[in-house]
Design a protein around this ligand. Structure first.
Ligand code: SER
Length: 316
């Protein structure tokens, strides 16, 4: 069957790189990108449609026009910005998802990817080696919307047979595009500042451990999950993925091995600290390993080296 892929929210950190990977896999003419704003450097063979995921009629026209066989819904407001605009975050994250799920039923679109996050866990979830199934009491609006979204995904799968698949992404680290307003953003900004200024002030404390993942692994995981036979997918809420857990101090130490003059300092009192403190320090991903053969490629040293090499090349 010829696949037609629609990415909603394709200008963001994950969307940008997923679009590149999906074009490589399916061909540029099979991948439709869409976002609320036009991208800056659209290539002549790339297909883009401007759409607001909250505009259900606009979304419907897009679905009818392109008849996608797979949808990747990446439009969302992340944890830190979400705390500034809780109603908007809820509206975008929930109603955007509901619009897509409902239109899939109406128009017979069968396969969807929707991202969840480590933010679905909360202060009473186990902090280390956090299991797939445990107490989940998120206290950020982002985490609350993601947990509600997970329940909706499982509901639409069980009740309507929609083949929806999801990953609880850890903090994603990348050099092509920066993230927009998350709690884990420090682990991306640090690389840009290390090269530009030789120093970085972290808004998270030195010993705040969080699960992270290099973009190459995150994109590979997403495509691997979407390629897996449907009968192997035993988790229809969202899969835990462990990634690699580290603290700001550990990351600074690793950067110093390559840039010995790099200096790290810490700012106290940032509201993102409380969000980070409510999240797991490390994650158990046994279901992803068992169900679709997941394994990680990049650890902290290899990721750090690859980030710095690529950012240096980009600057040159
Ligand atoms: N990286 C996201 C954030 O920090 C978590 O999914 O909001």
């Amino acid at each position: 069957m010829k696949e037609t892929i629609l990415i909603i929210g394709s200008n963001g950190q994950i969307g940008t790189e997923l679009a590149i990977a999906l074009r490589k896999k399916f061909g540029a003419s099979s991948v439709i990108t869409s976002d609320i704003r036009k991208p800056e450097n659209l290539q002549s063979d790339e297909i883009f449609e401007q759409v607001n995921v909250l505009d259900k009629e606009g979304l419907k026209s897009l679905f009818v026009k392109h008849q996608p066989t797979q949808i990747y819904l990446l439009a969302a407001m992340l944890s830190a910005v979400g705390e500034q605009y809780p109603q908007k975050a809820w509206d975008l994250n929930m109603n955007g998802l509901l619009n897509v799920l409902d239109l899939c039923l109406v128009l017979g679109i069968k396969k969807v990817f929707w991202p969840s996050s480590i933010a679905v866990f909360g202060p009473h979830s186990p902090k280390s080696d956090t299991p797939q199934h445990c107490i989940m009491d998120p206290n950020s609006i982002y985490g609350i919307s993601k947990l509600a979204g997970e329940r909706l995904c499982e509901y639409y799968h069980t009740k309507y047979g929609l083949d929806i698949r999801s990953i609880r992404y850890p903090g994603v680290i990348s050099w092509k595009t920066v993230p927009g307003g998350g709690t884990t953003d420090y682990a991306v900004h640090i690389f840009f500042e290390a090269l530009a200024k030789g120093q970085y002030s972290s808004f998270l404390s030195a010993d705040t451990a969080l699960p992270m993942m290099y973009m190459e692994d995150a994109v590979r995981a997403t495509i691997q999950l979407m390629d897996a036979p449907s009968e192997n997918i035993t988790i229809r809420s969202s899969y835990n993925l462990a990634g690699v857990s580290f603290t700001p101090a550990m990351l600074a130490q690793e950067i110093k091995k390559i840039l010995p003059n790099f200096e790290m300092s810490y700012i106290e009192g940032d509201p993102r600290q409380a969000i980070a403190d409510s999240w797991p320090q490390s994650i158990n991903d046994e279901y992803a390993r068992k169900d679709w053969n997941w394994s990680l490629t990049f650890d902290l040293p290899t990721m750090t080296k690859d980030m710095i090499d690529n950012l240096k090349n980009k600057q040159a």
